[in-house]
Design a protein around this ligand. Structure first.
Ligand SMILES: [Zn+2]
Length: 264
């Protein structure tokens, strides 16, 4: 018998394996991202219950398999979870995007308790919204900034990503390969490439110090042009690390043809 871990977990993905089993990707507090086989989960819901579904949250019992990095999910004792996420397309798409980033960017078996806390804060804030209210994009920006920082992929916004020197004022060069804004001296050639204007940069710096469920978010300026600039900048960074466009973003682009106002 392998060692057993009992740890808080959020379900990132559930797939089928054979006729009876499910293969599950979890973000856990103790072990980080884990893939586990839930034996018999397609036939019996007794051991796993409603928590064995995307965004499920609870206490997972994981037994180490014989092969390194292989786990059996023995049980998932569900907490309240986030039952209101599927009630409205806006919050569902934000939650799906956040879960996709955790699934694709978190390394296997490296504990990232900060990432779990960020994800729980975002899912909780989305779940608490009144049913008719569409989610603000600011919590999502906080989540992206915090996730990248926690994974060692943090975006330099206040000082030059290359030399650490001062940047700005006004629009400054932004180089996602070098990890953020650049001073004039480090911006070789001194022209072309992406820039970030001062308003967007100031907002991103404020957001990087806040949690996705912070009440302070409601007090921040929300000009649509600045919000779009922040989204495009961070989505560019995410695409760079992922090597592709997140599936949730493609889904939103398709849905937007049918429902305007759906946005990240
Ligand atoms: Zn520099």
């Amino acid at each position: 018998m392998g060692r057993t871990h009992v740890t808080e977990a959020v379900v990132l993905r559930v797939g089928d394996s054979g006729e009876a089993d499910r293969v599950v990707t979890l973000l856990t507090r103790e072990l980080g991202k884990v893939q586990a086989l839930a034996r018999g989960a397609r036939r019996s819901r007794h051991r796993f219950g409603a928590a064995l579904a995307p965004f499920g949250h609870g206490e997972a019992t994981l037994r180490q398999g014989r092969l390194e990095g292989m786990f059996w999910l023995e049980g998932l004792y569900g907490a309240r979870g986030f039952p209101r996420l599927p009630l409205e397309m806006g919050r569902l798409s934000h939650a799906s995007y956040a879960v996709e980033l955790c699934r694709e960017l978190c390394p296997l078996l490296e504990p990232e308790p900060q990432v779990l806390d960020l994800l729980l804060a975002l899912l909780g804030a989305l779940d608490r919204l009144p049913p008719s209210e569409r989610p603000s994009v600011l919590p999502l920006r906080c989540f992206e900034l915090g996730l990248l920082e926690a994974l060692g992929l943090g975006v330099a916004l206040s000082a030059c990503a290359a030399c650490g020197g001062p940047v700005g004022p006004g629009a400054v060069p932004f180089d996602r390969l070098r990890g953020g804004v650049l001073c004039a001296g480090c911006h070789e050639g001194g022209q072309g490439g992406q820039t970030v204007d001062e308003e967007a940069r100031t907002l991103l710096v404020r957001l990087s110090g806040l949690r996705p469920d912070s009440p302070e978010l409601a007090t921040l300026p929300q000009s649509p042009a600045v919000l779009d600039a922040c989204r495009d900048l961070l989505l560019g960074v995410v695409r760079h690390h992922l090597g592709r466009t997140p599936k949730a973003v493609e889904f939103i682009a398709r849905m937007r043809m049918k429902m305007d106002r759906l946005s990240l």
